[in-house]
Design a protein around this ligand. Structure first.
Ligand code: SF4
Ligand code: SF4
Length: 702
């Protein structure tokens, strides 16, 4: 431990891998004081200006708000509130383009500025010793402070750490070319910055506090050395100028010689880092009760006539800042008129697609370069050519990655491979792209890949959450079901127990149960009766044709009987005639002839008798058929009578017969009458023919 402090005190720092030395271009703004700007006409405040979650809205369109009034509340540790940067009226709450490489839109609160700049009532504090740790953290959280160096991590979480802290590092390196916001803040507001550092000191109680400033900021170094000279454990460290020395892991390496491994955090090695501007904001929040409403922004570039650092209210549209800093009209319109406007510095910044993008908590620079100053920003087409595998990108990478391989995997969207290559350790410093001879915009490929991976991770997280919710609901429903069943069981048992007692209530309950049971029984019986009636109706339909056929048989049998009777009479007559004829022949013929004739006659008689026997057998059959038909008819009549009695009440007529059945019987009776008449005529005809055949002599010879 001592050796680190000794080395730091002597100015003997460690160095990190890679890094580059781009032209600093800080002289454009470093010698000018921070400018106070007039109020803009409108402010656009995105709800989320930090890493984490956006707060819940506290205002509506039309509300009048005062300067410092909270517009959102933080009901989640990772949610940081936003405040009205000046007084005015909420004119809209809608999605608007924000400062992001992809140019995405987020929910923003629009405030029409009233110009009065009226403050809300604030509660400050003169004596730090009067505030507890919780008071301090609450004040920091309520002030909506998030890391102002670019990361935007909620500060109240970072300063609320119970771990043993060896080093609190205050990052005043500001290594990116052109940017001088922290430099000027350290020059002008070193006292407030040191007050802020002491608040964090009280919260984290680190062993040492190291304030790191690049050597190229002598005024800032001097100012802070003066303000901290009274504190032995606070050291101002003038670190060598090398880009990106301001990276968290790189600065830790420079100051302590410690490597923060991939996937590990500085806190794991007892180190916490805060930005200079964040310390200033903490001072404002705790001592003055002032939330984070403004920040220093470097508005620079050779396309501006007055490049300088300005105090910009959060939510100020960049076109207002550019106008105030002497931008040419085409600069305000952005790329549409071939003027590049970059949010951030030349190494880590990104081009803006709209001049309405607002300043947020992490915005530290607006760069408006001339075409001569930054030709790549004005190129219509990409100047990128194939990678020549020179390896220069790997040499300068401060995170010791393989930028060319990352680029190939990013283009192929090979996310597992990107993970293996530790893409998450890339700090977007742009050193690799800066040295690439093939002009490959390497950082752009990494940013797109990171955004896609993040999106995928969020989708996976959502799916996991949905699954957890589904499982929880299923479990809850099952529990409720079991509880319900248990309740019903208990209620039934209680009822049973109550009924078994001989109290008047139990007797009443019993009779009520008996009545209910009787009702159920009666209903069942009624249903059964209905069902049986329905079946009977169906059977009726099936039986009616049988009735008809039996009636027909009956008629036929009667006809057959009459026919048989007539035939018998005819045959009797014929027999009498035959005997008379025989005796006549015998009398008239000779003995020989007589015997022959007799034989012939006897044969005739025998044939006639045989015919009579056959006829009598037929008669017998007809009689049997008639008897069967009679029985059937009787049975049918009985069934019909029975059915009529059991008829369905709703469809039975006053006579006890259903209308359908009545119709059928009427139809069948008619049919039977017709059949009877036809059979009668047929029998009569047959009889006549038989009589004719029996009396015809020709038929006899045959
Ligand atoms: S610097 Fe450019 S050309 Fe060289 S290896 Fe890297 S990506 Fe390829
Ligand atoms: S942008 Fe990433 S890959 Fe390129 S040098 Fe920086 S850290 Fe390395």
């Amino acid at each position: 431990m001592e050796s680190i402090i000794e080395r730091v005190t002597r100015g003997n720092f460690w160095t990190f891998h890679g890094g580059v030395h781009p032209p600093e271009q800080k002289q454009l703004t470093s010698s000018k004081p921070i400018k106070q700007l007039p109020l803009p006409k409108q402010l656009i405040l995105p709800l989320q200006q930090h890493i984490g979650r956006e707060g819940s809205l506290l205002v509506e369109v039309g509300d009048k708000v005062l300067k410092g009034q909270a517009l959102t509340s933080s009901n989640n540790p990772m949610a940081v509130p936003i405040h009205a940067s000046t007084s005015g009226t909420i004119s809209a709450i809608k999605k608007s383009i924000i400062a992001h490489p992809s140019g995405l839109s987020e929910l923003c609160i629009f405030i029409d500025v009233d110009g009065k700049d009226t403050w809300i009532e604030r509660e400050g504090c003169d004596d730090l010793s009067k505030l507890s740790q919780l008071d301090l953290i609450t004040k920091i959280a309520d002030a909506g402070i998030a890391g102002m160096g670019g990361a935007g991590f909620p500060t109240h979480i970072k300063v609320n750490n119970k771990a043993d802290i060896n080093f609190l590092i205050i990052n005043g390196v500001e290594c990116e070319p052109y940017i001088t916001a922290d430099d000027l803040l350290m020059q002008e507001r070193s006292k407030e910055i040191v007050n802020g550092i002491r608040i964090i000191d009280k919260l984290l109680t680190p062993t040492f506090i190291l304030i790191a400033i690049e050597e190229n900021k002598p005024l800032a170094i001097k100012s802070l050395q003066q303000k901290t000279s009274a504190f032995d454990h606070i050291k101002v460290c003038a670190v060598p100028t090398k880009y990106p020395a301001g990276g968290e892991k790189q600065l830790i390496k420079i100051l302590t010689g410690q490597e923060i491994k991939s996937g590990s955090l500085p806190i794991h090695t007892g180190i916490v880092m805060q930005n200079i501007a964040t310390c200033f904001a903490i001072n404002d929040a705790v001592y003055h009760g002032t939330p984070l409403l403004r920040r220093v922004v470097t508005v620079t570039g050779q396309a501006l006539t007055q490049p300088q650092n300005v105090w910009a209210l959060l939510g100020t549209p960049i076109n207002f800042l550019l106008t105030e800093c002497g931008a040419q009209p085409q600069a305000i319109k952005g790329k549409q008129n071939q003027q590049a406007v970059i949010m951030g510095g030349p190494m880590m910044g990104y081009s803006l697609s709209s001049d309405l993008v607002p300043i947020i908590k992490t915005s530290n620079c607006i760069l408006v370069p001339s075409a001569r100053e930054m030709p790549s920003a004005f190129a219509d087409t990409s100047t990128e050519v194939e990678c020549i595998r020179c390896g220069q990108c790997s040499d300068v990478c401060p995170s010791q990655l393989l930028p060319q391989e990352l680029q190939w995997s990013a283009k192929a969207k090979d996310y597992p491979q990107l993970e293996k290559l530790n893409l998450s350790d890339c700090i977007d410093c742009g050193a690799c792209a800066y040295v690439c001879p093939s002009q490959i915009p390497l950082v752009q490929y990494y940013r797109i890949a990171k955004a896609e991976i993040r999106e995928q991770q969020q989708l996976d997280l959502k799916a996991d959450k949905a699954k957890i919710r589904f499982e929880a609901r299923k479990l809850r429903l099952e529990k409720e079901k079991i509880a319900r069943e248990e309740k019903h069981k208990k209620a039934a048992a209680a009822r049973k127990a109550a009924m078994n007692k001989n109290t008047p209530e139990a007797v009443g309950a019993k009779s009520a149960v008996a009545a209910a049971l009787a009702r159920v029984k009666a209903k069942k019986a009624k249903d059964k009766l209905k069902e049986s009636a329905l079946n009977t109706k169906i059977e009726d339909k099936e039986t009616i044709p049988e009735v008809v056929s039996d009636e027909k048989d009956q008629v036929k049998a009667a006809i057959a009987r009459a026919k048989a009777k007539r035939l018998a009479k005819v045959k009797e007559k014929q027999q009498v005639n035959s005997v008379a004829e025989k005796s006549k022949i015998l009398q008239e013929s000779s003995p020989n002839d007589a015997s022959k004739q007799e034989e012939k006659t006897l044969t005739k008689i025998s044939v006639a008798n045989n015919e009579n026997n056959v006829q009598s057998q037929d008669d017998k059959k007809i009689k049997i058929a008639a008897a069967i038909a009679k029985v059937k008819a009787k049975k049918l009549a009985q069934t019909s009578y029975k059915n009529d009695k059991v008829g369905e009440p709703n469809t039975v007529s006053s006579t006890g017969e259903s209308p359908q059945k009545k119709d059928l019987i009427a139809k069948d009776a008619k049919k039977a009458k017709i059949a009877s008449a036809i059979a009668k005529a047929k029998a009569k005809k047959e009889l006549k023919e038989q009589e004719k055949s029996l009396t015809n002599p020709e038929n006899e010879s045959t």
